[in-house]
Design a protein. Structure first.
Length: 439
């Protein structure tokens, strides 16, 4: 078993480099399925386990993937005859691979993709994906845990999404690029990762407009081709380090971070008394001696991101009073609070709100991650807790945070990653820089 061991409390100081966005890289890799000529050359690809799995899904479709994890570049060649089945064991490992369905059925006229499971934070239905694809003329059959999609006549449509689902927007948008005629999708997701996907689709020869607004228009084309693209920076990784600086009375530059991609988080941190300066080099965060409480509600972009909810509850628990966190996007995303209770957190849950009592004197404890962002929240709590904190279930963390231990160490935190054998013997391990773990 592996654990992160942190001795607190620490004040973060220095600057931190942010990777390319996981939640942009994954749909962008799926989009390469659409390119029937030329190669797609990508850079700023985060070397994360989710990205590796998506690469394996593409290889199973007979797509050539070369990933240089050190230079964070990827070259993808999807010009061969593709397979039409996405393997069950990979789709179940990484539910986001459901976004290969739209591009695959648009390219081949047929696709078979395993139903993605739910996960700890919610049942993660895909009804909106399937409803939109059907409106494009795609026949959907669900049986034996698989989705079978057939597109005899892929045509444009006027689609309204009941909820601005990120995945549904991506799946439908990609399928529509090769449909006959025009598609209008209303009430779409507006996340920066949607804009990044639309940008690369247009570089591939698609005609997509309106990304980042609530309506996207697509004019279908015959075929898409290779291109070059650099993945947008990960606003959630950037936001994670902003919160870590804010709660540790730190003084940190988040390199090349963009104010536009984190406005709701930044305005909430300023409300709490955090000093934030937007500079040419990135976003400079200085944490105050005392944080003021503030209420937060997660919403689809441009609202406060649900992927920053767990991290933000640590700041609210540190603050000098009572705060509410209202989670409106996922039905079960407060599991990290049960773990933080072991570190002295006091809270109560009322429906989809958590009422958080601060200030908390966090003390170190053995805790375990329950999902990707919960892992980040537990590490942040460990950074500011008195004593030793051990975080386990690191496979969640490795899905979304590259070299987290090295980055926190560089910011002055007493932190290490160890592997513990059956006899309890601990061996220090480097961050997954040797990338063997990413094989
Ligand atoms: C993406 O998931 C992200 N994942 C999530 O990030 C993020 O939390 C989420 O968007 C919201 O921003 C990737 O991009 C790989 P949704 P996705 O479809 O596309 C309901 C992380 O930590 N819904 O916008 O699955 C659904 O149940 C991860 O990096 C339907 O009801 O999110 C949920 O309540 C976690 N029917 C809500 O919409 C559907 O057909 C948001 O889901 C689809 C979704």
């Amino acid at each position: 078993m592996e654990q992160i061991v942190i001795n607190g409390a620490n004040r973060l100081k220095g600057s931190v480099e942010i990777e390319g966005a996981k939640n942009a890289a994954l749909p962008i890799l799926a989009a390469t399925i659409l390119t029937s000529e030329g190669k797609v050359n990508l850079d700023n690809i985060p070397p994360l386990s989710d990205v590796i799995i998506m690469g394996k899904v593409l290889e199973a479709l007979n797509i050539k993937v070369e990933f240089d994890k050190f230079s964070k570049t990827m070259s993808i060649d999807a010009t061969a005859d593709l397979n039409s089945v996405a393997p069950q064991e990979l789709v179940e490992k990484m539910r986001a691979s459901i976004v290969v369905l739209g591009p695959l059925v648009a390219r081949l006229g047929y696709a078979r993709v395993a139903m993605p499971g739910g996960c700890a934070i919610g049942s993660r239905p895909i009804d909106l994906h399937l409803k939109g694809l059907k409106q494009l003329g795609i026949e959907i059959n669900q049986q034996a845990g698989f989705i079978e999609a057939t597109a005899k006549d892929l045509h444009g449509a006027e689609i309204y999404l009941d909820f601005p689902s990120v995945g549904a927007t991506q799946n439908i948008m990609m399928a529509a690029t090769l449909a006959e005629g025009n598609t209008v999708i209303e009430n779409v997701a507006r996340e920066p990762e949607i804009v990044d996907l639309a940008n690369i689709l247009n570089k591939m020869g698609a005609q997509v407009s309106g990304a980042g607004t609530d309506t996207i228009k697509i004019k279908g084309v015959k075929a898409l081709h290779g291109c070059e693209h650099s993945v947008v920076q990960d606003r959630i990784e950037a936001g994670t380090y902003m919160v870590a600086a804010a709660v540790s009375k730190g003084d940190v530059l988040i390199e090349d971070a963009m104010y536009e991609h984190n406005r709701p988080l930044i305005s909430k941190l300023i409300e709490m008394g955090v000093k934030i300066e937007v500079t040419d080099a990135g976003i400079h965060v200085v944490g105050p001696e005392v944080l003021q409480p503030t209420d937060v509600q997660t919403m689809p972009h441009p609202g406060f991101p649900t992927d920053m909810q767990a991290q933000m509850t640590v700041a609210q628990l540190m603050s000098n009073g009572t705060s509410a966190m209202n989670e409106t996007v996922f039905e079960n995303r407060f599991m990290h609070l049960e773990e933080l209770k072991k570190m002295n957190a006091k809270f109560r849950i009322e429906g989809n709100s958590a009422i958080l009592e601060g200030p908390t004197k966090f003390s170190g404890a053995q805790v375990s991650a329950t999902d990707l962002r919960a892992a980040a929240a537990l590490v942040i709590a460990g950074v500011i807790a008195d004593g030793e904190t051990r975080v386990s279930r690191l496979e969640y963390m490795d899905r979304g945070y590259y070299q987290l231990v090295s980055k926190f160490k560089k910011l002055g935190v007493d932190i290490k990653r160890v592997s513990i054998d059956e006899s309890g013997r601990e061996t220090l391990i480097t961050d997954i820089t040797d990338n063997s773990k990413l094989a």
